[in-house]
Design a protein around this ligand. Structure first.
Ligand SMILES: [Zn+2]
Length: 267
């Protein structure tokens, strides 16, 4: 049996190591046993590996690949503008944006630390248009900026490896540590886009995602239509899928309350 460490150990470890960091986007203090810089460096390696071992849709010869590049760049520019306007450009130190569309039927998209974005072709039947694609990319970029994956990675390292530094984890258990990282960012999951984080984190990512879309000149209202399409698809998915993410109806209601804030950022 593989040894697993109790979740309370995470808290104890955090208290001992004072493993808390202030989030650059919200200013809130959050559990962080792993430095974001270390995660960015691991992300750069893992992203390169992922890109090498998956079939990409060309961003020069295929309009779908081109659209993901274009939309990703616009969202990245919006995030840049937001932090520049707030005189907090250093929040994006270590960001080196990349955008790729991967040939894979999974309904998935993710953004690793440092702005490493992947959209799966399985997502496209639900995004349909550029506005909705911007909503999805904006949502994933928000998870990265809010460091939701960092929290999950911190918890996994404590649970699976007993709370050691990332560098030690990588030298002692390289394969397991890399696997934990990939899980923490929803890579490889069939329905990764739908099953990633807690309800609270999902809604937080929705809220900021709408803001990036608005700054980039997209219509954040499209988020409602996008989630309605996802809701229709919900019935065809497994019950597990339905029970583990915020219900689409609740989500749509919440998004409606976030829209006025996002629209204040629209040019
Ligand atoms: Zn999410």
């Amino acid at each position: 049996m593989k040894k697993r460490y109790p979740i309370t150990a995470v808290i104890l470890f955090a208290l001992t190591m004072q493993g808390c960091a202030t989030n650059k986007l919200t200013g809130a203090s959050q559990l962080s046993l792993v430095s974001e810089r270390e995660l960015q460096s691991l992300a750069a390696t893992q992203y390169k590996e992922f890109i090498k071992t998956h079939e990409l849709v060309s961003s020069t010869k295929d309009s779908r690949g081109l659209l993901v590049q274009k939309t990703g760049k616009k969202i990245a520019a919006a995030v840049d503008k937001y932090f520049t306007d707030k005189k907090n450009k250093s929040a994006l130190n270590g960001f080196n944006w990349e955008y790729n569309l991967v040939k894979d039927s999974a309904i998935n998209a993710w953004c690793m630390p440092g702005g490493k974005i992947v959209v799966y072709t399985g997502m496209l039947p639900y995004t349909i248009n550029e506005n909705a694609l911007a909503i999805v990319i904006g949502h994933e970029v928000s998870h990265a900026l809010l460091q939701h994956g960092n929290k999950r990675m911190s918890e996994s390292i404590v649970q699976e490896l007993g709370g050691i530094a990332l560098s030690s984890a990588l030298s002692k258990n390289p394969t397991q540590t890399r696997n934990l990282f990939m899980q923490a960012y929803g890579v490889g999951s069939e329905v990764g886009f739908m099953l990633p984080f807690s309800r609270k984190q999902e809604l937080e990512a929705d809220r900021f995602g709408l803001i990036w879309a608005a700054i980039a000149g997209y219509d954040p209202n499209e988020a409602i239509h996008f989630w309605e399409r996802m809701q229709k698809m919900g019935g065809q998915r497994t019950p597990e899928f339905l029970s583990t993410h915020p219900s689409d109806a609740t989500r749509i209601e919440k998004i409606k309350t976030y829209l006025p804030e996002a629209l204040t950022y629209k040019k």
